[in-house]
Design a protein around this ligand. Structure first.
Ligand code: NAG
Ligand code: NAG
Length: 476
């Protein structure tokens, strides 16, 4: 590559260096470099000052759609860098996409994690060894290439896509369930992205720029909504300006055959997160993202947007003055997993006794009978949420974490799965799992198990024991 510069006259080089020095003085004196662009120069190539890295020039030409790196006298190419990474959850700056393939362009490939921790082929996630192997990414999905190779492949420049792009590489498989959508995909995305602002306060105000767009690589426009229509409610309320591209857009862009350069990309891939060792331990794709640095209030920007959208404004003042709220999400009329009918009745009696004696607000609700707004508003006001294991518990993501905030989940004795426990844990909410009169917390979890009766209608619960723990939590 040295040949690129060695053919140039020395005089000219000297002049360029002088110009550059002058420019750098100007740039660094007024913090002129765009924060999101980590600009790298190809070693050995002649440096050429490019207008793109100067706010001044961007202001003169705000609608800049193309970057060109070749011209007489020098080459300049923004290299890809990893801003933050956990298996399956990666933020890149200057990521390239061409012909349906993602390109990481770097002259330090050793700084890039193994490819299978970044992406996958995006096929359905199944246990058969053959299908596990088929998820491994190939050169078709992602390539890590040198700047020199990038120039050979891309030609003289690339088309720019600005701002923050969330690229979802998952198949439709899990996305159409409210729990997987909000408490796994959106949680993981936001947990990763919010790790760029460690000072997010309780109020949810963050300096982070809103993501501009979401790209579903393997999903068409009809395959991301859930039957309860909560997926879209959450997306539209949390990110009102976000636009979505689907698999046909991805293919269309690929067929253009042009290279695109994206400012900042969060690439999420469930199969890639399963390559991490914390996934093994917790059994949750989110576990990898949860190990990144983060504010205790990392979720509050999303919760705040959803609350405002639901018409619940100023909720901190409400919770400060109103009595604690206990919400039991009943499944007794729903079918599927249910409590022993007498145990349900006894639990309700015990909760109403707490209400009568201590003035707590007690709600016994069937989620499907509430509107989406009502579900979210109720969860946001709830101090203790309880119910039989199931999708209705997803509402816990809207609870306001506090030392009293608690989630209780009822199982057939011996049964356990960490979906809602891990969600509570990620939010800093106390968790109790129940087997009749026996309880366990996040500190002493049983192993995942689906014994007989797990999905049955005879799940026992000791309402007296539950009420006792409620009282202890609220009076703590
Ligand atoms: C573009 O992608 C197709 C597969 O969809 C592949 O066959 C072809 O070789 C690719 N072209 C280039 C230039 O990478
Ligand atoms: C808990 O439940 C089991 C099974 O129903 C029962 O044998 C045991 O006596 C109960 N323990 C207490 C302390 O209530």
């Amino acid at each position: 590559m040295r040949t690129l510069s060695s053919s140039l006259p020395t005089k000219r080089e000297t002049l360029l260096v002088l110009i550059l020095l002058a420019c750098f003085t100007v740039l660094f004196s007024d913090v002129g470099i765009r924060e999101s662009l980590s600009i790298s120069f190809i070693p050995g190539m002649t440096l050429k000052q490019h207008p793109f890295d100067k706010d001044l020039d961007r202001a003169r030409e705000p609608w800049r759609t193309h970057i060109s790196w070749t011209s007489e006298g020098g080459l300049w190419l923004p290299q890809t860098s990893i801003v933050i990474h956990a298996p399956g959850w990666t933020i890149f700056d200057n990521l390239y996409v061409m012909n349906g393939t993602v390109f990481v362009v770097t002259d330090v490939p050793q700084t890039i994690p193994p490819r299978e921790r970044l992406t996958s082929t995006g096929i359905e996630i199944k246990g058969d060894p053959e299908l596990v192997a088929a998820r491994f990414p190939t050169d078709r999905e992602l390539r890590i290439i040198s700047p020199e190779e990038a120039i050979r492949l891309f030609g003289s420049g690339a088309t720019l896509i600005d701002g923050v792009t969330w690229m979802v590489n998952d198949p439709p498989q899990f996305i159409r369930h409210y729990y997987h959508w909000v408490a796994e995909l959106l949680f993981g995305f936001w947990r990763t992205y919010s790790s760029l602002d460690l000072s997010i306060p309780d109020s949810g105000i963050s300096a982070l720029s809103a993501p501009h767009r979401i790209w579903f690589v393997h999903l068409d426009a009809d395959h991301w909504r859930d039957p309860a229509r909560l997926n879209q409610w959450v997306l539209r309320s949390a990110f009102p300006s976000l636009t979505a591209d689907y698999s046909d857009d991805w293919i269309e862009r690929a067929e253009l055959g042009r290279p695109f350069l994206l400012d900042r990309v969060l690439l999420s891939d469930r199969a890639a997160s399963m390559q991490g060792k914390h996934f093994d331990e917790a059994g949750r794709p989110l576990a990898e993202a949860c190990l990144l640095p983060g504010s205790f209030h990392w979720w509050s920007p999303i919760a705040r947007n959803a609350m405002q959208f639901a018409g619940l404004i100023d909720e901190p003042s409400i919770s400060a003055t109103s009595p604690p709220v206990i919400t039991y999400i009943s499944r007794q009329v729903r079918g599927g997993r249910m409590l022993v009918p007498e145990h349900h009745d006894h639990l309700v009696e015990e909760l109403y006794a707490l209400r009568d004696r201590y003035g707590y607000e007690v709600n016994v609700v069937t989620m499907e009978r509430l509107s989406r707004e009502e579900q979210i508003k109720l969860a946001a006001r709830t101090t203790i949420m309880m119910g039989v294991h199931g999708n209705g518990m997803t509402s816990l993501v809207w609870m306001k974490p506090s030392p009293h905030t608690t989630v209780m989940e009822f199982y057939i004795p011996g049964g356990f799965t960490s979906d809602y426990q891990y969600t509570a844990y990620a939010l800093g909410i106390t968790y109790y799992g129940w087997w009749g009169n026996v309880s366990f917390t996040s500190d002493n979890l049983p192993r995942r198990a689906y014994p007989e009766g797990f999905h049955g209608k005879q799940i026992p619960i000791d309402g007296t024991a539950v009420a006792k723990v409620c009282l202890a939590q609220l009076q703590a």
